[in-house]
Design a protein around this ligand. Structure first.
Ligand code: PRP
Ligand code: URA
Length: 205
């Protein structure tokens, strides 16, 4: 399943952060707002359970999320995408996977992994602003599955059609939610029109 979350507020933010002279501070703020705007759509099917509470006037039934939520940013750029999700899901656990794409082969290389033990029943949201060839996201899901994760969703800011096709073929049961679907990849594996290198834009490198 692939969802492009078309929303006027997201479209407005994309116009800001795609511009090449948008400085890192503004870029980070804008990415954070987009992440927060995406969260309700991504969590729409989360299960809730009923419990009793006392209001100042009477007893009533409230609802709470049934399962732990684990946010998994793919380092490094995923870190810049994390804060907006944490704004909306402050109780979430954060686990990390470090992947770096080889600039010539475009193959992902893992340099860090810290996944919690109790992932089986958790709702996992894998985070990376860019879905380009799809190699990094496909590898990250493999690591999550190897760790026992079952309920995984992948959230990105910008997706390329090539990456969506590769990912959904590899993991047909993992929904992909993107703020926008762009046109294509260039010969160096960058998304067009895109926003450049997300990690560099977030961290000013
Ligand atoms: C970028 C991006 C994704 C990956 C996407 O990370 O954040 O992780 O490329 O490309 P793919 O879909 O072709 O795998 P990069 O490897 O540049 O590392 P960084 O986040 O440290 O900048
Ligand atoms: N990674 C990025 O940061 N940007 C792209 O366009 C492709 C991969």
């Amino acid at each position: 399943m692939f969802q492009e979350i078309s929303h006027p507020l997201i479209a407005h933010e994309m116009g800001i952060l795609r511009q090449k002279d948008c400085p890192p501070a503004l870029f980070r703020q804008s990415v954070r707002r987009v992440a927060a705007l995406m969260t309700p759509y991504i969590c729409e099917s989360f299960a809730t359970s009923a419990y009793e509470i006392e209001t100042p006037l009477e007893t009533t039934t409230a609802r709470r999320l049934q399962h732990d939520v684990v946010l998994v940013p793919i380092l490094r750029a995923g870190l810049g995408f994390l804060d907006g999700f944490l704004d909306m899901l402050p109780h979430a656990i954060v686990a990390h996977i470090g992947l770096r794409r080889n600039e010539e082969t475009l193959q992902p290389h893992t340099y860090y992994s810290n996944l919690p033990l109790a992932v089986e029943s958790a709702e996992i949201i894998l985070l990376d602003p860019m879905l380009a060839t799809g190699g990094s996201a496909v590898e990250a899901v493999k690591q999550l599955r190897d760790a026992g994760a079952k309920n995984i969703r992948f959230a990105c800011l910008v997706a390329a059609p090539e990456g969506v096709a590769y990912f959904t073929k590899a993991w047909p049961d993992v929904p992909v939610h993107a703020a926008v679907l762009d046109r294509c990849l260039n010969e160096k594996g960058y998304i067009l029109p895109g926003l450049g290198d997300a990690g560099d834009r977030l961290f000013g490198t």
